[in-house]
Design a protein. Structure first.
Ligand code: PEP
Ligand code: MG
Length: 923
C-alpha cells in the first residue's frame, strides 16, 4: 500500500460538539468517521469518540500488522477525553465506559468489514455496568454478546460454537426467544463462552479492556483484506489501497428496555425515490440485530406512537442532514432510555429508478442544479431502469409474498447454498439464492445469483441492502417460507434444489416456475433527467443494430443514428444462408476460371501477330467460357437472390433512422463461418445444391483457416470477391433511393472493415463510388453519402494520415483493435483473462473496459493523424467499449464525434458522455 495522504495526526476526535475533522475528509477518516465529525460539529446528538485514520491503516500494514506506538498513545489520550465527556471511565469497576470499534472506509462497504460492540467488559466492569444501569439482565446480556462478537471477529472462534451453546441452553430451559433468558442464564453463558474461547484459542479471554481495544483495532484493520471485503471491492471497483479507518465510539444502548431501541432510516425511499422518510426500528435491541436481519423490525412510523417527541426530533435531524449534504441520507440511530443518538449518516445507496427520481426531485426542490443531477446517477445504474419485469400477461402461480426489497424480476433454479449458487452460475445456469437470512459470508453466492429470497429480515437487512446495490431483485422477510434439509416449502409446494421460481422484487411476489419477463416502462422523471443529460453531452450516441427492429428499439432509447450495421448478420437469417452457401461453394471455381480467362486475354493481346497461337488461345478461351457458364450463373444467381433481401433490410433501417446517419459495414467474417461443419450438415448441403459430398467437403477444407480472426475476412473478402461489395453497395443505394423518394432523409455511410493499408481502402472505395454513382444516375436521385473505414488494426491507426486521405470517417473497432494490440484472441482470451484480472496483471478485462494506455494510445494517434490529414474527418467508436462508461469518457476526452453501442446501453452511453462533458470540458 502507498499512503494517499501524508498526515501527522493519527487520531481525529469528535467530542461534545467539537470535531477535529469534517465531512469532506472521507479519504482520511472514511465515510463513517467524516460523517460523525460533520454531525458532531453541526451540533447533532452524536456519542463521543475518535477516528484512527486510513493513513494509520497503511502504516499498520507497512509495519507487518503492528499498531504503531504513537497511534496507541494518541488513541489512549483521546479515550481520556471521551471518558471526561461522558463521565465514565474505561475499565472502571463502578462506572465503566464501554466503546464500539467499527471500520469505515472512504466508500461504504456495508457489512463487509468488522465491528465490535460493548468493548471494555470483563467480570469487574460487568459489575460496574450492573450498578450503572441497575439492570443485571441487561449487563449480563451485554457481556455475553461482547464475548461472542469479540471471540468471533477478533479471535477467530467459529460463531457456531457460541450459537450452539446458546441454543442448547434455550432448549434446556424450554424457551424459544433469547429475551426469555434470565440474568443467571446469561451469566452462565458468559462462563461457557469464555471456556469456548479458551478451548478454541488456547488462551483465556483477554481481561484487560486496553488489551481488548488494541486487539479490536488491529482486527478492524485486518478485516480490510478479509475475503468478503476483497470480493466486494473487486465487484464494485473500489481500489485496494484506500485502506479503512477505525472508529472508537462511546457505547449507547438500544437494548435497555422499551424506551430504547435502534433503527436505520433513509430520508427518501431508496427503492422508488419517493420523498418520504423511510425506515425500520427495533425496540429494545442493539444495532447489529437490525443489520443482520435476525429479527423483523417495525416500520419507523411506529415510533410516532410510542415516543412522539423522539420521532419528531428524528424527523427534524433527518431533514437537517439531507439539507446539509444536499442528498438523500442513510441514517443509523439508537435511542437509549428515551434519548436519541445519531450513529451514522451517509449518502444513501439507491436503485437506479430511485437515483433518477431523487436527482430530479432535488432539482425541482431547488437544492441542486440539473448539471449536479446528471452527475448524481451512475451510468450503469440506468441498466436497472431497463430491467425486465414479470410479463403482466403471463400465467402465474403465486407461491407467496415477502418484502419487496430490491426491484426487478428474475427467474432461476433455487439453490440454498452460496457455494452451490456460485458453481451452478459458473456453468451458465440462472439461479435464485434462497436463504433464511443472508450474511456477508454469502456474498459470493449473491453475486452469482439472479435474485435473492430470504425468509427473515427487513428492507434494510443485509440481503436487501446488498441486492439493491447490485441491482438484483430481492425479496426479504418471507415469513411463510420454510427451509429444511429437503429444500423449501412455500404456498403448499415443496421445491428442491434446481426447481424454478421467479422473483418479482418490485412487488415482493414469489412465483412458481420460469415466468416470462418483459422490459419495463420508463417514468416521467426519466424523460426529464435524460433531457438534462442530452443538454450536457458533447458526443453523439449511436447504436449498433442490424435489423429494423433493433434500430427502432435503439431510437426509442435515444440513439441518434447507427454506428455499426453488421451486414453479415443479415446473411444468417432464414433461407438467406442457402444463397450465401451457394455463392461460397462456386466462388472458388468461378474465380479460378475468371483468372484463367484474364490470362488468356492478356496472352492474346501480347501475341496478336502470331496467327497460330492466337487460334489456339481463342479455342482455349471458348472452352473456359463454356466451363464458366454454370459457376457464373450460380455465383451471380446467389448474389442476385441476396440483393433484394439486403435491400429490404436497409429500407427498414433507413426508415427507422429517418434523419440520422446509418453506417453500414460491408461483409466482414471469414467465409467458412457460413459453411456446414458436421457430416450430416455437409451431406444436406450437397443434396440441396446438387453437388457431391466430396465437392462440399473439399471446399470446406479449402476455406478452413488456422486463425480466422486474422484470416481472409474484412475488406480482404471484398478485394477477393468484388462482386460481393458491388452487390452490397447496390442494395444500400437502391434502398436509399427508394426511401428518399418517399421523403425520408437518408444519410448512408459505407464502412470498409479491417483495413490495414490505404490501398485496401482505395480499391474498395473505387467500387463503392462506382456502384453508388450508377444507382443514383439510373434513378435520377442523389443521396448524400460518405465512405469511410473501421480502424481496428494497429497499422491502420499508425498510418491514419494516409488512410484519411481516402476515408471520410473513422470508426474505431476496438474489439479487433484490442485483440490485435494485445495479441489476445477474442475467442479464447476468456480462458485466462479472469485470472489476469484476479492477479491484478491487468486492472480490467480489456475487452470490457478500454485499455487507455495501449489501445487508447492507438485511438489517440489515429484520431490526431487522421484529423491532421482531413480536418472534417468524423470519428467514432463501435466496439463493445462504446457502451462502457469509463471508455465513453475516454472517447470524449479524445474529442470523438460519437460513440455507438448496443440498443439497451444507449441511455448508459448518453449519461456517461454527459458526465464526461461536465467533468472535463474539452477544447
Ligand atoms: C470491432 O472489431 O470492434 C467491431 C465493432 O467489429 P466486430 O466486433 O464485428 O469485429
Ligand atoms: Mg471488427
Amino acid at each position: 500500500m502507498t499512503p494517499h495522504v501524508a498526515s501527522q495526526k493519527n487520531v481525529y476526535r469528535f467530542i461534545a460538539g467539537k470535531a477535529d475533522g469534517h465531512g469532506a475528509m472521507k479519504d482520511l477518516l472514511g465515510g463513517k468517521g467524516a460523517g460523525l465529525a460533520e454531525m458532531t460539529a453541526a451540533g447533532l446528538p452524536v456519542p463521543p469518540g475518535f477516528t484512527i485514520t486510513t493513513a494509520v491503516c497503511h502504516r499498520y500494514y507497512a509495519a507487518g500488522n503492528q499498531l504503531p506506538a504513537d497511534v496507541w498513545e494518541e488513541s489512549c489520550a483521546a479515550l481520556r477525553e471521551v471518558e471526561a465527556a461522558v463521565g465514565k471511565t474505561f475499565g472502571d469497576a463502578t462506572n465503566p465506559l464501554l466503546v464500539s470499534v467499527r471500520s469505515g472506509a472512504k466508500f461504504s462497504m456495508p457489512g463487509m468489514m468488522d465491528t465490535v460492540l460493548n468493548l471494555g467488559l470483563n467480570h469487574t466492569t460487568a459489575q460496574g455496568l450492573i450498578q450503572q444501569t441497575n439492570n443485571e439482565r441487561f449487563a449480563r446480556d451485554a457481556h455475553r454478546r461482547f464475548i461472542q462478537m469479540f471471540g468471533r471477529i477478533v479471535l477467530g472462534v467459529p460463531g457456531e460454537r457460541f450459537d450452539h451453546a446458546l441454543e442448547t441452553l434455550k432448549a434446556e430451559r424450554g424457551i424459544r426467544q433469547d429475551i426469555e433468558l434470565t440474568a443467571a442464564d446469561l451469566q452462565q453463558l458468559v462462563a461457557q463462552f469464555e471456556a469456548i474461547v479458551e478451548r478454541e484459542t488456547g488462551n483465556p479471554f483477554p481481561y484487560d479492556p486496553y488489551e481488548q481495544l488494541r486487539l479490536a483495532i488491529c482486527a478492524v484493520f485486518n478485516s480490510w483484506y478479509g475475503k468478503r471485503a476483497v470480493d466486494y471491492r473487486r465487484l464494485n471497483k473500489i481500489p485496494d489501497d484506500l485502506g479503512t479507518a477505525v472508529n472508537v465510539v462511546a457505547m449507547v444502548f438500544g437494548n435497555m428496555g422499551d424506551d430504547s431501541g435502534t433503527g436505520v432510516a433513509f430520508t427518501r425511499n431508496p427503492s422508488t425515490g419517493e420523498p418520504v422518510l423511510f425506515g425500520e426500528y427495533l425496540p429494545n435491541a442493539q444495532g447489529e440485530d437490525v443489520v443482520a436481519g435476525i429479527r423483523t423490525p417495525q416500520k419507523l412510523e411506529a415510533l410516532r406512537e410510542t415516543m412522539p417527541d423522539v420521532y419528531a426530533q428524528f424527523c427534524e435531524v433527518a431533514a437537517r442532514l439531507e439539507r446539509h449534504y444536499r442528498d438523500a441520507q442513510d441514517l443509523e440511530f439508537t435511542i437509549e432510555r428515551g434519548k436519541l443518538w445519531m450513529l451514522q449518516t451517509r449518502n444513501a445507496k439507491r436503485t437506479g429508478a430511485a437515483a433518477v427520481k431523487i436527482a430530479v426531485d432535488l432539482v425541482q426542490e431547488g437544492i441542486i442544479s440539473p448539471e449536479e443531477a446528471v452527475l448524481r446517477v451512475e451510468p450503469n445504474h440506468l441498466d436497472q431502469l431497463l430491467h425486465p419485469m414479470v410479463d403482466p400477461k403471463a400465467d402465474i402461480t403465486l407461491l407467496g409474498k415477502g418484502l419487496p426489497a430490491s426491484p426487478g424480476a428474475a427467474a432461476g433454479a433455487v439453490v440454498f447454498d452460496p457455494d452451490v449458487a456460485e458453481k451452478r452460475a459458473q456453468s451458465g445456469e440462472r439461479v435464485i439464492l434462497v436463504r433464511a437470512e443472508t450474511s456477508p459470508e454469502d456474498f459470493h453466492g449473491m453475486v452469482a445469483a439472479q435474485g435473492i429470497l430470504t425468509a427473515r429480515g427487513g428492507l434494510t437487512s443485509h440481503a436487501a441492502v446488498v441486492a439493491r446495490g447490485m441491482g438484483k431483485p430481492c425479496i426479504a422477510g418471507c415469513g411463510e417460507l420454510i427451509l429444511d434439509a429437503t429444500g423449501m416449502r412455500l404456498g403448499g409446494q415443496t421445491l428442491a434444489e434446481g426447481d424454478f421460481i421467479t422473483l418479482d422484487g418490485t412487488t415482493g411476489r414469489i412465483l412458481l416456475g420460469d415466468v416470462p419477463l418483459v422490459s419495463p416502462e420508463i417514468g416521467a422523471e426519466f424523460e426529464t433527467f435524460m433531457r438534462w443529460v442530452d443538454d450536457a453531452r458533447k458526443m453523439r450516441v449511436r447504436t449498433n443494430a442490424d435489423t429494423p427492429h433493433d434500430a427502432r428499439v435503439a431510437r426509442s432509447f435515444g440513439a441518434e443514428g447507427i454506428g455499426l450495421c453488421r451486414t453479415e448478420h443479415m446473411f444468417f437469417e432464414g433461407e438467406r444462408i442457402d444463397s450465401v452457401r451457394q455463392m461460397i461453394m462456386v466462388s472458388g471455381t468461378y474465380q479460378r476460371l475468371i483468372a484463367a480467362l484474364d490470362k488468356v486475354a492478356g496472352d492474346l493481346e501480347r501475341l496478336r501477330g502470331d496467327a497460330q497461337k492466337v487460334s489456339a488461345l481463342e479455342a482455349e478461351r471458348a472452352a473456359l467460357e463454356a466451363e464458366l457458364e454454370t459457376p457464373a450463373r450460380l455465383f451471380r444467381g446467389a448474389l442476385e437472390a441476396l440483393l433484394p433481401m439486403q435491400r429490404a433490410d436497409f429500407v427498414g433501417i433507413f426508415e427507422a433512422m429517418d434523419g440520422f446517419p446509418v453506417t453500414i459495414r460491408l461483409l466482414d467474417p471469414p467465409l467458412h463461418e457460413f459453411l456446414p461443419h458436421t457430416d450430416e450438415e455437409i451431406a444436406a448441403l450437397a443434396a440441396k445444391l446438387n453437388l457431391s459430398v466430396q465437392d462440399v467437403q473439399s471446399r470446406v477444407a479449402a476455406l478452413r483457416e488456422h486463425n480466422p480472426m486474422l484470416g481472409h475476412r474484412g475488406c480482404r473478402l471484398g478485394i477477393a470477391y468484388p462482386e460481393i461489395t458491388e452487390m452490397q453497395v447496390r442494395a444500400i443505394f437502391e434502398a436509399a433511393v427508394e426511401v428518399a423518394r418517399r421523403g425520408i432523409t437518408v444519410l448512408p455511410e459505407v464502412m470498409i472493415p479491417l483495413v490495414g493499408d490505404v490501398n485496401e481502402l482505395r480499391a474498395q472505395e473505387a467500387i463503392v463510388r462506382r456502384v453508388a454513382d450508377e444507382v443514383q444516375q439510373a434513378a435520377g436521385v442523389m443521396i448524400p453519402y460518405l465512405v469511410g473505414t473501421m480502424i481496428e488494426l494497429p497499422r491502420a491507426a499508425l498510418t491514419a494520415d494516409k488512410i484519411a486521405t481516402v476515408a471520410e470517417f473513422f470508426s474505431f473497432g476496438t474489439n479487433d483493435l484490442t485483440q490485435t494490440t494485445f495479441g489476445f484472441s477474442r475467442d479464447d482470451a476468456g480462458t485466462f483473462l479472469p485470472m489476469y484480472v484476479e492477479r491484478k496483471i491487468l486492472a480490467d478485462d480489456p475487452f470490457q473496459v478500454l485499455d487507455r494506455e495501449g489501445v487508447g494510445e492507438l485511438l489517440r494517434i489515429g484520431t490526431q493523424k487522421g484529423r491532421a490529414a482531413r480536418p472534417t474527418l468524423k470519428v467514432g467508436i463501435c466496439g463493445e467499449h462504446g457502451g462502457e462508461p469509463s471508455s465513453v469518457a475516454f472517447c470524449h476526452e479524445l474529442g470523438f464525434d460519437y460513440v455507438s453501442c448496443s440498443p439497451y446501453r444507449v441511455p448508459i452511453a448518453r449519461l456517461a458522455a454527459a458526465q464526461a462533458a461536465l467533468r472535463q470540458p474539452r477544447a
